[in-house]
Design a binder for this molecule. Structure first.
Ligand code: THU
Length: 134
């Protein structure tokens, strides 16, 4: 499954976003180590702080299918001229289920995307390894 397929899946799920307040619809697509794709969109709330990011939705979707190993992730925004970079909290959410060399692809279209590793976006991160022997 190519990056292009993942970007298409992310744009498709972004259409499902519930973003009446920001009008900023985001889609995310995770590919797991098993090669499966899981997608998610942002879901806002009138109590703004309860809003959920697209990446968080995709992580939950992955877990609900008994998968826990992120191999790569794509993030897109609808009607947006920028590469969507995951927020700090979502970088940490991804960190829970992904090795530091995991590529994070930020796409404007199926052919226009940039890629950075999780480690580049979240240096010196705190992760599950600190708690392994507790
Ligand atoms: N958003 C995401 O879903 N993912 C990101 O990485 C950045 C921001 C959402 C949250 C909120 O619903 C809207 O975009 C505006 O911040």
């Amino acid at each position: 499954m190519s990056i292009e397929n993942m970007i298409e899946a992310a744009f498709d799920i972004a259409e499902c976003a519930y973003a009446p307040y920001s009008k900023f619809k985001v889609g995310a697509c995770i590919k797991t180590a098993n090669g499966k794709l899981y997608t998610g969109c942002n879901v806002e709330n009138a109590s703004y702080g309860l809003s959920t990011c697209a990446e968080a939705s995709a992580v939950i979707e992955m877990l609900c299918h008994k998968e826990q190993a992120i191999a790569k992730i794509v993030i897109v925004g609808l009607d947006c001229d920028d590469y969507i970079s995951p927020c700090g909290a979502c970088r940490q959410r991804i960190r829970e289920f992904a090795p530091l060399d995991t590529p994070i692809h930020m796409a404007k279209s199926t052919t226009d995307y940039i890629t950075h590793t999780l480690e580049a976006l979240l240096p010196l991160s705190f992760g599950p390894q600190f708690l392994e022997n507790k």
